[in-house]
Design a binder for this molecule. Structure first.
Ligand code: ATP
Ligand code: MG
Length: 227
């Protein structure tokens, strides 16, 4: 009996230790205005290459670097992100930023997620353009203390000196930035919005249910997209 109890205690201990070691979660932030296959393919590649438990998509609420008048309402962007990720059980969507009344900064979001996911290594996924913009973010040093960045090549933004630039950022902020390659899709939300405004096709650039949602809600058709 005693031996059996000891055996169970050891099993629980080992499985908890394995959980602690295996806890790796990816965070994919973005305005997702709208979400498209460029976002989805890089998230899935990182999920696979780093053997993460899941990826949490975090649509921005009121991003400091983009004028909110030029964005679809955060509710619509949140809904589109939900629709786009619903067929992947390893993709989650967080409303942490869209629910906020005030401007949302990445550092605040990561603090909250770090607090929630204790004993978990967090990875923040960005395209090349976003990672090179890191010096303009609030508290980059703290962000890099709380999580590891994964920079994914984005067509149009990849430079010969990328590795040098990433090295300099790591040195400056004393953090870890890993760089990986993923299938390159030259898709941007800006192009999709322009296409919709001009009546050009968007098929095969983004999931069909997102396209349907945009159509149903009449998003991006007019300049003032605050609907
Ligand atoms: P916009 O044109 O409105 O800026 P976007 O297509 O750049 O939209 P964002 O929501 O700004 O999309 O980007 C969220 C994240 O996804 C950023 O880290 C960005 O670098 C990355 N990303 C977006 N599109 C691609 C793509 N086609 N390939 C690789 N990374 C991408
Ligand atoms: Mg962008």
């Amino acid at each position: 009996m005693l031996l059996q109890v000891l055996y169970y205690i050891i099993c629980i201990e080992l499985s908890e230790r394995r959980n602690v070691l295996n806890n790796k979660v990816g965070i994919m932030g973005g305005t997702f205005d709208p979400i498209h296959y460029g976002h989805l393919v890089i998230a899935n590649e990182v999920l696979f290459k780093f053997d993460l438990q899941k990826i949490i998509f975090v649509p921005t609420g009121n991003p400091p670097h983009k004028r909110s008048a030029a964005l679809a309402d955060s509710y619509h962007r949140y809904m589109m992100t939900q629709f786009a990720t619903m067929t992947n059980q390893d993709f989650d969507v967080s409303n942490i930023e869209v629910e906020k009344e005030s401007i949302s900064y990445t550092v605040d979001t990561i603090r909250v997620l770090k607090d929630h996911y204790k004993n978990t290594k967090l990875f923040f996924i960005t395209g090349t353009d976003a990672v090179l913009d890191l010096p303009n973010w609030k508290a980059p040093e703290e962000i890099l203390k709380l999580c590891t960045f994964i920079s994914v090549n984005r067509p149009g933004y990849v430079t010969d000196t990328l590795e040098d630039k990433l090295d300099k950022l790591m040195e400056k902020y004393n953090g870890e930035i890993l760089s990986i390659r993923a299938p390159q899709l030259k898709i941007s939300s800006t192009d999709i919005r322009n296409r919709i405004k001009e009546g050009r096709p968007t098929k095969y650039l983004l999931p069909e249910n997102v396209e349907q949602y945009i159509l149903k809600k009449g998003l991006y058709k007019i300049d003032d997209r605050k609907k």
